[in-house]
Ligand binder design. Structure first.
Ligand code: FAD
Ligand code: NAI
Length: 499
């Protein structure tokens, strides 16, 4: 419907064609079948959740499909997808302006513009981030010509990369003592490490995936950059179908430099002028030899070591995409740069909601839930934001969705199934907690975090089959003091115990 001055008017508008935005638009479209829902997105394709499965009360699994927006409009005839970036928001006038010169008037708006990689340095063509299909393809193309790369960061992306890359030396520089600090403690890291040195490729365990294939010309020299279009984030198993192989014929070759950061990045010319030497790839974890090879770029680490490489991957977290919305709008912004939302996914501005990676959960959370910028949370937030918008529009009240009762994430690292629940790394518990562990090398790693006899969190690596029981124990906060370490005794069928 047209509004004043030619602006199109819709009761609800959603910005972003990622999981949060699409889920939000779908839920709104279902709740208000006779209203137009605008979905404004910078990306030419949208991300749809398919085969959704509630694995347990809070754990969920689903596939993610990149689809043309016409499919979404077909499923929901009242959704109108507008493919253009939002360049400005005038929240006091309830208007958004898009890059193609159009304007839209909304009654309620949900911002789901996601996030972008937070790179260690901006604007250096040798430093790549991975976020969307374009950047993953740019990475793959560069890797195809690479003999050595440096991976910086120790979270989800770095963990996946160092395991998947073949035929290329990887220097992995981490700030921490052990690998995978965003998901694991030192014990779990120790359990996973042998997989990095294992030869050959394993058969992947069953997984959900979005497949990406790469076609087109190959370039040499400077790294091929990703386009600056804002695509949606990749998700589970994004690397399946991407051939992550360098120029060499070996499988994994990863050297980990712990407790260090990148001090400086030097281009080849600068490095030659400095007359410095760099190091060869360490043999048997010792590196003493000077490298004879000239590399396009050099990474100087804070531990004094310098490595040459073809390029650097900065897998160092994300920053929410808030810029187009800030100008002239006094949003409350969280420390992590996201738009603060309350327990109804409402930002600090009237009629503007936010969901997914762009937002910062600023409500008082359940003691065993915390925000992490994940696919699952993007879906849950998008869905719940739509319910909150609907309730707000109809003047109804709404209870917080159950999915925010317990942090629950199911994923895969190093070809192991990984389930993390609650305060899985004793986050925020200080020293007032104890851990109970069970580990069988190469098979499973189970850790539970206990406080005052109650289970607060758990890490389950491998096919442990414990997730549902532990989820219940964390949710019901039963006093488990009497069971002590028997909680993890493999000879006791814990499921029967607590039924
Ligand atoms: C490599 C990688 C692997 C990952 N693996 C996992 C995993 O295994 N499990 C998991 O749970 N999570 C994973 N994640 C995280 C997960 O992908 C994100 O948390 C989730 O997809 C965020 O969804 P979103 O809808 O909030 O944002 P996005 O998917 O980033 O979508 C944002 C949308 O907004 C659009 N947009 C941006 N700016 C504008 C604008 N100004 N105007 C209009 N539209 C705009 C974009 O085009 C895009 O469509 C991974 C992320 C990456 C990068
Ligand atoms: N299987 C899964 O669940 C996966 C989830 N993801 C999600 O995608 C998003 C992006 O992934 P990541 O970039 O890996 O982010 P992340 O937040 O998981 O990890 C960032 C890592 O970079 C480190 N870091 C930050 N600044 C640094 C610096 N200046 N120098 C060195 N290290 C620095 C942090 O200590 C942390 O280890 C995250 O929200 C992540 O949770 C990504 C891949 C897989």
């Amino acid at each position: 419907m047209a509004g004043p001055g030619g602006a199109a008017r819709g009761r609800f508008a959603v910005v972003g064609g990622g999981i949060a935005g699409v889920t939000c638009a779908e839920k709104l479209a279902a709740e208000f079948p006779s209203e137009d829902i605008f979905l404004v997105t910078a990306s030419p394709v949208i991300k749809a959740v398919t085969n959704f499965k509630q694995v347990s009360k809070t754990l969920e699994e689903f596939d993610v499909e990149e689809q043309p927006s016409s499919l979404l409009e077909k499923r929901y005839p009242n959704i109108r997808v507008i493919q253009s970036g939002v360049k400005q928001l005038k929240s006091d006038e309830h208007k958004i302006y898009t890059e193609d010169g159009k304007e839209y008037i909304y009654e309620k708006l949900c911002l789901c513009a996601g996030a972008k990689p937070k790179l260690i340095v901006e604007g250096n063509p040798y430093v790549l981030g991975i976020r969307d299909t374009d950047s993953a393809q740019a990475f793959q193309k560069n890797l195809a010509h690479a003999e050595r790369i440096v991976v910086v960061g120790n979270g989800g992306i770095a963990l996946e990369l160092v395991y998947e890359i073949q035929g290329c030396e990887v220097i992995w520089a981490i700030k921490d003592k052990a690998i995978g600090n965003t998901f694991f403690d030192a014990g779990a890291a120790e359990f996973l490490l042998p997989k990095l040195t294992a030869e050959g490729q394993e058969t992947p365990i069953e997984c959900k995936r979005t497949k990406y294939t790469v076609e087109g010309s190959e370039e040499k020299g400077r790294p091929t950059g990703a386009s600056d279009k804002l695509g949606s984030a990749l998700g589970p198993d994004w690397h399946e179908g991407l051939h992550l192989k360098g120029t060499k014929e070996f499988s994994h070759k990863v050297h980990i430099e712990i407790l260090c950061e990148v001090k400086k990045i030097h281009l080849q010319q600068e490095f030659i002028q400095l007359q410095w030497t760099s190091l060869t790839f360490p043999k048997g974890e010792k590196n003493v030899e000077a490298d004879e090879v000239l590399w396009p770029v050099y990474v100087e680490l804070t531990n004094g070591k310098i490595y040459g490489c073809n390029f650097i991957v900065s897998a160092t977290g994300v920053v929410p995409n808030v810029e187009p919305f800030l100008d002239g709008n006094n949003f409350a912004v969280g420390e992590d740069g996201g738009l603060k939302v309350d327990k109804h996914m409402h930002t600090s501005l009237p009629d503007v909601f936010a969901a997914g990676d762009i937002c910062t959960a600023a409500w008082e959370p359940s003691p065993v839930w915390h925000q992490m910028r994940l696919w699952t949370q993007a879906r849950q937030m998008g869905w719940y934001a739509a319910k909150c918008m609907a309730a707000d529009a109809l003047g109804e009240s709404i209870e917080m969705d159950f999915s925010f009762e317990l942090f629950a994430h199911i994923t895969k690292f190093f070809n192991y199934k990984v389930v993390v629940l609650g305060r899985y790394n004793a986050q925020g518990l200080g020293s007032d907690h104890e851990l109970i562990l069970r580990c069988t090398k190469g098979h499973e790693y189970v850790k539970v975090v206990m406080q005052n006899g109650r289970m607060m969190g758990a890490v389950l690596i491998g096919e442990t089959d414990l997730e549902e029981t532990f989820e219940n124990l964390i949710l019901n906060q039963m006093d488990l003091s009497a069971y002590g370490e028997d909680l993890l005794n493999p000879d006791i069928d814990i499921e029967d115990y607590f039924d």
